[in-house]
Design a protein around this ligand. Structure first.
Ligand code: HEC
Length: 151
């Protein structure tokens, strides 16, 4: 009798501890992506603070950003993710994820007059808009490749 009670108790402890571990994984505290400031400092800073790069949008320069901010978050985010002219896709970093890129764009835009949310607080509708615009860009680029038009 004593033995089986002990066994039951250990099973309960086991269950409890595994469920604690499981919940600590999905409660959102352990983000597996970098925030905007971190990505900016690690990847984007080289170009987006460099006055010698033609057409680059300097962080903190409201004039450079005002047009893009007016367009809305989905457009510069999607176009930068796919890459446009001298802007390398994903900021040139192979391991970049879309949430991280969204964060970096939001961080840079917010330093330059916008009020955009990073991925964690992003309206799901805006996330859908970003995905939609990325697809539109890929389709456009595919077409341009076919007809030999530059983009
Ligand atoms: C190698 C230099 C370089 C790096 C690194 C870089 N950018 Fe850029 N980015 C540019 C240039 C140049 C432009 C302007 C492109 C143009 O309009 O000709 C640009 C444009 C953009 C735009 C505007 C896109 C649009 O709609 O016109 C966004 C947004 C952007 N970058 C985000 C980022 C983010 C976020 C990172 C870091 C993850 C990053 N960039 C890293 C050079 C860079």
């Amino acid at each position: 009798m004593k033995k089986s009670k002990f066994a039951l108790a250990s099973v309960l402890v086991l269950l409890l501890s595994t469920s604690i571990f499981a919940s600590s994984d999905d409660d959102g505290d352990d983000k597996d992506y970098r925030d905007g400031k971190t990505v900016f400092k690690e990847v984007c800073v080289y170009c987006h603070t460099n006055k010698n790069i033609p057409n680059v949008l300097l962080v903190g320069n409201k004039q450079h950003w005002s047009g893009l901010i007016e367009e809305g978050q989905q457009f510069p985010t999607a176009h930068g993710w796919v890459g446009t002219r001298m802007m390398p896709r994903h900021g040139g970093e192979a391991k970049m994820t879309l949430p991280e890129f969204i964060n970096a764009v939001a961080f840079m835009a917010n330093e330059s007059g916008a009020d955009w949310n990073e991925y964690e607080d992003l309206d799901p509708k805006m996330y859908q808009e970003i995905l939609k615009e990325i697809q539109i860009r890929y389709d456009r680029n595919e077409l341009y490749d076919k007809i030999g038009k530059k983009y």
